[in-house]
Ligand binder design. Structure first.
Ligand SMILES: [Fe+2]
Length: 213
């Protein structure tokens, strides 16, 4: 049977704009115990509340590291930190929030030393130069702004659902909660949303020595 050329779509697969490239989501070779991660999270939220980053809707963070001896270094705007966004039709980029001296966040907060997060922190900090390490909440039906950050981020999904995606540039990816560790290129414009009906919880660390090509 002859093919009707009208029905053939030229996908032009050599054109890289039409091929999804996931190189901004890099799965690492280490893996943690997802049950222990979830248990540690449940242990912490029994007594700690998420910081709202200075009154930001749908933002929630619990910092696991701080500037040594400085409890103020994990509160309000310091739980969020500087980023750049394009808020309106002009497409002009503006800076938001406060600069963070990431490398100063070297102390694992003693309150969490008896949780599995301490073991996770020790392993991660032996492999990467870390800045702040936070537990980040994304509530159902919520999104971040379209923004870029000063440095890449390490993600360990703890609780997620299929409607949780991170979008970097024009590529979207779901990171499953199976103990895997990802480093994402947050120096490009990105967003994350939770289209499910329960909270999404990730451990997120700023990574100061990781280069994307
Ligand atoms: Fe970000």
């Amino acid at each position: 049977m002859a093919l009707d050329s009208k029905n053939i779509v030229d996908l032009n697969l050599k054109n890289d704009k039409k091929i999804l490239n996931f190189s901004d989501f890099q799965k690492q070779s280490i893996k943690f115990d997802i049950n222990k991660l979830q248990e540690a999270y449940n242990q912490i939220v029994k007594t700690k509340k998420f910081d709202d980053g200075g009154g930001i809707p749908h933002f929630g963070a619990i910092c696991l590291t701080r500037i040594p001896g400085d409890p103020e270094s994990v509160k309000g705007h310091k739980a969020r930190g500087v980023y750049w966004t394009k808020p309106d039709k002009s497409g002009k980029e503006v800076a938001r929030d406060v600069h963070i001296n990431e490398s100063a966040y070297s102390e694992f907060i003693p309150d969490y030393e008896n949780t599995y997060f301490k073991e996770v922190f020790d392993v991660l900090s032996s492999k990467y130069k870390l800045g702040r390490v936070r537990i980040l909440l994304k509530e159902p039906r919520s999104t971040l702004s379209w923004h870029r950050d000063p440095e890449p981020r390490l993600h360990i999904p703890i609780i997620t659902n299929p409607g949780c995606l991170m979008v970097i540039d024009n590529v979207a990816k779901h990171m499953p909660a199976d103990g895997s560790v990802w480093i994402t290129n947050n120096t490009k414009y990105h967003n994350a949303f939770n289209g499910g009906e329960e909270n999404r919880i990730h451990l997120v660390a700023c990574v100061l020595d990781y280069k994307f090509n």
